[in-house]
Design a protein around this ligand. Structure first.
Ligand code: CA
Length: 372
C-alpha cells in the first residue's frame, strides 16, 4: 500500500468515525439452520469490529486473514465480517460494542479501556515490562490468560491474545528531547500506563486511535506521538511531519493485542467452532509479530535515508526518570485498585520467575553477539 492510499484510508476513517452512530440495539447472534438442524450444521454470521482503520497494514490485513482462516477451517460454518474503526462503531467503542452484543467480536489493544477497567492494561503493555516472547509465555503458560478471562468476565467478554508488535520505538517528536524538562508542556499521544508516566514529567498524555494520529500531529493538536515501529510508522508517514524519532519504546516493550468475543455469542458456538476461533487467534498472534519483525529493519533504513529525520536514543537521565516514574505510577495504581494489584502481582511474580534464564540466555546473547 502506498502512503497516499494509506492516508486516504486514514482520512476517510476520521470522517466515518465521526459519523458513525451506535444504534443501541443489540444485534442478533445470527445463525442459519441447515438441513439436519443439529448444532454442528449451523452457519454463524458474526461481526468483528476493530480499533484499526479498514484493511490497515498488519492489523487490518491480519483481521481479513483471520476471517478467511476461520472460514476455511470451519468449512464455511463461521462467517466473520470484518469492520474497521468507524464502519460500524468508532475505534474507542469496540469494548462496549462487543460487551453489549452490538458485534460478536472485536480487535484492539486492552489499554484503550484503562479508563473503564484499569487492570486491562496489564494485558497489553507495562512500561519497562515483559517483551513479546515473555508476554506470550505469561499469557499462555504462566496463568496470565486465566487472569485476563477473570477480569473480562463481568463485562461478558472472552479475551484472546491476537497480535504483538515486539519492542516499539519511543515515538516521533517535533522537538529534541535533551532532558526531562523537555517533556514539560508536551502534548503527546500515548495510551495506557505510559501516558500516566509522561504526565508525571509534565506532559499531557492524549489517547487517540491510530487513524487520527497523522492529522493531529500535522495540525499541531499534538507535539509528539508514539505509535509502533519503523515499518508501520513509515506507512503512517510520520517522517514527513516530525523531525525526531526516539528509541527505545520503554512504554511498550511487547504490547499484546486482543481479540474479544461476546460471552453469550461464544457460548452459543459448538465446541469445534470455539476451538477453531481459539486456534485462529493463536495464528493471528504469531503472524502479526512475525510481520513486524520481518519488515522493521527494511523500513528503519528508509527512515534513516530521510534527510530531515534524526533517529536518537533517549538520554540516559531521561530513561532513568521514565523508569522511576513508571514504578511510581504502578504503585499508585495498585494501591488504588485491588484488581490491578492482583494482576500486577502475578505479572511481577512471573517476570521475576523467568528473569534469571532470560538474563543468561537472551540478554547475554544480544549483548555479546553483533550481527551484520
Ligand atoms: Ca505504541
Amino acid at each position: 500500500m502506498s502512503r497516499r492510499d494509506f492516508l486516504r484510508k486514514a482520512a476517510w476513517i476520521s470522517t466515518a468515525g465521526a459519523a458513525a452512530v451506535l444504534t443501541g440495539c443489540k444485534v442478533r447472534f445470527q445463525s442459519t439452520e441447515q438441513t439436519s438442524g443439529s448444532a454442528s450444521s449451523q452457519t454463524f454470521h458474526w461481526r468483528l469490529v476493530s480499533t484499526w482503520a479498514p484493511h490497515f497494514p498488519v492489523m487490518g490485513d491480519g483481521l481479513d486473514q483471520f476471517s478467511k482462516w476461520v472460514d476455511a477451517m470451519s468449512g464455511g460454518r463461521l462467517k466473520i465480517q470484518v469492520y474497521g474503526s468507524g464502519e460500524l462503531v468508532p475505534a474507542l467503542e469496540v469494548f462496549d460494542a462487543v460487551s453489549q452484543g452490538t458485534a460478536e467480536m472485536g480487535h484492539g489493544a486492552s489499554y484503550y479501556w484503562s479508563g473503564k477497567v484499569p487492570a486491562a492494561q496489564f494485558f497489553c503493555a507495562v512500561p519497562f515490562g515483559l517483551n513479546a516472547q515473555q508476554m506470550n509465555a505469561w499469557l499462555y503458560s504462566g496463568g496470565g490468560l486465566q487472569l485476563w478471562e477473570e477480569v473480562y468476565k463481568p463485562h461478558n467478554l472472552v479475551p484472546f491474545p491476537a497480535g504483538n508488535t515486539g519492542v516499539q520505538m519511543g515515538g516521533w517528536f517535533n522537538r529534541e528531547i535533551k532532558s526531562v524538562a523537555d517533556f514539560q508542556g508536551l502534548k503527546m499521544r500515548m495510551p495506557g500506563l505510559g501516558g500516566r508516566v509522561i504526565s508525571k514529567l509534565g506532559a499531557t498524555a492524549v489517547l487517540s486511535p491510530g487513524s487520527e494520529l497523522y492529522t493531529n500531529l500535522e495540525r499541531g493538536v499534538i507535539d509528539a506521538t508514539e505509535w509502533i515501529g519503523p515499518y508501520h510508522d513509515y506507512l503512517m508517514g510520520f517522517h514527513k511531519i516530525a523531525k525526531f524519532y526516539y528509541y527505545p519504546g520503554w512504554q511498550e516493550p511487547g504490547p499484546n493485542l486482543e481479540l474479544i468475543i461476546n460471552g453469550d455469542a461464544f457460548n452459543q458456538l459448538p465446541s469445534d467452532l470455539q476451538e477453531i476461533v481459539r486456534t485462529a487467534a493463536f495464528r493471528l498472534n504469531l503472524w502479526m509479530l512475525s510481520e513486524f519483525e520481518a519488515r522493521n529493519d527494511e523500513y528503519l533504513k528508509k527512515i534513516q535515508n530521510e534527510p530531515d529525520v534524526k533517529i536518537l536514543p533517549f538520554p540516559d537521565d531521561v530513561m532513568a526518570e521514565l523508569r522511576k516514574q513508571s514504578e511510581i505510577v504502578l504503585t499508585e495504581l495498585t494501591e488504588k485498585d485491588p484488581q490491578s494489584k492482583k494482576i500486577y502481582s502475578a505479572y511481577s511474580a512471573f517476570r521475576k520467575a523467568i528473569s534469571e534464564y532470560s538474563t543468561l540466555s537472551e540478554s547475554a546473547f544480544y549483548n555479546k553477539i553483533s550481527i551484520g
